[in-house]
Design a protein around this ligand. Sequence first.
Ligand SMILES: Cc1ncc(COP(=O)(O)O)c(C=O)c1O
Length: 446
Amino acid sequence: MSHQTPLYSALVRRLALDRSAFHTPGHSGKGLSAMQDLLRLDVTELPDTDSLYEAQHVILQSERGAAEMFGAARTLFSAGGCTLCIQAMLYLACVQSGKKKIIADRVLHRSAVNAMALLDLQPVWLLPRADAGPGFPGRVSPEQAEALLQQHPDTAAVYVTSPDYFGVLADIQGIARVCRRHGVLLLVDNAHGAHLFLTPENLHPLSLGADMTACSAHKTLPVLTGGAFFNLAKSVPAAHAKDAMALFGSTSPSYPVMASLDLCVQWAQTHGKAAYAALQERVERIRQLAAAKGVGLPRGKTDPVRITLHTAALGVTGHQAADIFRAHLAEPEYADDSNLVLIATPFHTERDFLRVEQALRALPQGAPLPQSHKLPSLPKAVLSVRQAVFSPWEEVPVSNSAGRVAAAAACPCPPGVPAVMPGEQITEEIVRFLKNYGFLTVKVVK
Ligand SMILES: Cc1ncc(COP(=O)(O)O)c(C=O)c1O
């Protein structure tokens, strides 16, 4: 029987829907004209194409251009996404300090959970305060970082996710000041904020004092999926950075992905600032429309071009809202019980934004949905993350899991705060919480 190309055909069918893509990748299916030609540039390491992990000429020059753009002491390309940058960043922090303890934001992506297991790190948790409004995890603060650094002077680094999936920004300047005082590095998972040096107010964490930032360029900038920038400030010796990336990365990084990073740097330098000023202004009008309609928006400092809609304030779940947006030919990035997230980029056209506005107007208005899912108390860690992840495990019904030790993180909405991390003991409170969120099973250590 001949192969029916199910994946390729599904991708082609999606194209025919002609939906405005308010999701990653940040080129929104349009991007830069030179990107159309990248298939012909899909080559390998040749004498004139350099080699990512031993970059000496064209890749090194291109990375230097990126470093200049970010104001970094060193920028490295990743064709393995932000995940690879996060792995390298945590590795470097531990190798530089000779320590394994990390004070980490509990708002964290599974790439960091996995890196903690691979590197045998000991996290000490910074719990976000619910300061961004109902439905959002909120921010960690400089005061929290200060208190934990005083209790744990044997810490390699502080690790913060900012912006989070909803565009909520932590006080990076304040946290960086605290870290400097204690002589520890500040690492920022900036997966969703690669573009933040282009917004009218420079909100990029590297500019605000972070020592290393992992920036998922493909999420918000005109870069092919998998393209990311790993930035080091001058406080971090760069000598081992390539080796750190090579430790985790494929030996066949994609040239089209790297070329798209190169093209992105040129675009950002020539058009980026003007493009983001216009985008911010357009997004602000959409936010005002949403607020006038009664949709909730995250409070406090946020990425000014992220569109995060707390539709539960209107009595509409994020999933229901997503269906309404799709019916108006706008495909969102993410939906959960209470929120809808759209990634806006300079490559969206006025037609795309009008679709968003039409969908917003079409949202029904009812009584707010109850927001009762308070996070359970932090469970006790009885195994290290690594011990738990590398132990034999089984999947058991949530209702039978109290007292068992989690072998994997259980996170009700993947961009949020894990209710339980690998190595932590599941409590009755966590069981109730996970059941509330519709979890049927959890992975536990055998
Ligand atoms: C907060 C956060 N960090 C890291 C990552 C990993 O990024 P990438 O998919 O580029 O590897 C993601 C991906 O969704 C993310 O949301």
